[in-house]
Design a protein. Structure first.
Ligand code: SF4
Ligand code: SF4
Length: 98
């Protein structure tokens, strides 16, 4: 499974920051409105998402989560406890700190 991004539409204020920083240009503001009256961000081509996490880092309202697919060929098999998690993806919200 590839990388993917998810939006909490009710937290989104439609500021468009994520849309502008996405290096793949795959984010946009949808036509519908959330309960606050804002047009929430959405993704138009999930397959092109690299899982870079820039959108999540930029969002001032913490409305984005990113799951980055691991590259199976680049990573050796490791026990779940050594890897820190028991599944094959990393949460984008944990990618910050640099
Ligand atoms: S994780 Fe990166 S490529 Fe994917 S939607 Fe966010 S900014 Fe774009
Ligand atoms: S940066 Fe956050 S609040 Fe702004 S449009 Fe994107 S998801 Fe919505």
């Amino acid at each position: 499974m590839g990388s993917r991004v998810a939006f909490d539409e009710e937290r989104c204020k439609g500021c468009e920051l994520c849309v502008k920083v996405c290096p793949r240009g795959i984010l946009f503001l949808s036509d519908r409105r959330n309960q606050l009256g804002y047009r929430p961000a959405a993704v138009r081509d999930m397959d092109r998402c690299t899982g870079c996490g820039i959108c999540a880092q930029m969002c001032p309202d913490l409305a984005i989560e990113v799951w980055r697919a691991r590259q199976a060929a680049a990573e050796p098999q490791a026990p779940a406890e050594a890897a820190g998690r028991g599944h094959s993806e990393a949460r984008g919200s944990q990618l910050g700190g640099v």
